[in-house]
Design a protein around this ligand. Sequence first.
Ligand code: NAP
Length: 316
Amino acid sequence: MAVSRLALVGLGLIGSSIARAARAYGAAREIVATSRSPATRRRVIELGIADQVVDTNAAAVEEADLVILCIPVGQCGTVAAEIAPHLKPGAIVSDVGSVKASVVKDMAPHLPSAVHFIPAHPVAGTEHSGPDAGFAELFVNRWCILTPAPNADPAAVKTLAAFWGALGSNVETMTPEHHDLVLAVTSHLPHLIAYTIVGTADELGEVTRSEVLKFSAGGFRDFTRIAASDPTMWRDVFLANKDAVLEMLGAFNEDLSKLTRAIRRGDGDTLFDLFTRTRAIRRGIIDLGQDIEAPDFGRPHPAPAPLPRPYAAERD
Ligand code: NAP
């Protein structure tokens, strides 16, 4: 059943995608939206993706049945305090933050007991930001993880799960702490590695750096896509998920040391065994429908243009 009035606070990639999807798939009868800057609010009015765009977070949540904060995790506590007196009793309050335990810690103390607080994280995104970057299909066949407290109202959890289901997501429930550990491996660590590699390349001498860009198809460019992700969002993620990221970074450093040793010793078997296992993981992701078969990490493959020379094909 569609939510009567959906309030979206923050209209970047995720907020604007929810607005588009909720309308496209009939998941909300009315969408009220706001964002911090007048420029973003103006742009959302131009895009016409919400029924009403209001100037303040407090005004957005008035009379809303479902409120979703689509803002950087570092802002969630402040905004929860700001909206708390304006929430309708019985409303569901949620978020989309990429970290869950810190969001619960920051938001829960501010929210009145008459509302249902059910944190959520749609595991879907791109490296782009802002209201123009969003699209209605972003959540289709992607997971949305809910992290309700053990005493959360089951009917409210069901309503939120149905909302995300209507946007095309598969819904899973887990504790905030478990979420943060899983995401530390699947998302936060890969982003940290990408930021590191691209940063290292940037610090190379001028000549080498230009060659890194020129020959980036060797693998580097796939890291640059991840490393182009929003700096505010990712700064907040690492600050908010410090413990889980440090734990996973410890394991990663140990594995990297093993590989370093194998290379130094010319131990090809160790390298080959690991690369064989990791290839199977890629296969598993494709089998689960979380990526496509194309060997180019999901890039579209237009019809090939005639090649200028026999061996001009780009190879990874
Ligand atoms: P984004 O494109 O940078 O958008 C963030 C939005 O939050 C902007 O519209 C910004 O407003 C607004 N905002 C910031 N502080 C605010 C405040 N105090 N009050 C009202 N609005 C405020 O970021 P995003 O990618 O959509 O990420 C939003 C959240 O989704 C983050 O918590 C992130 O962890 C989570 N998430 C992101 C991804 C991803 O891949 N990007 C995936 C899943 C979850 P202005 O533009 O008006 O300044």
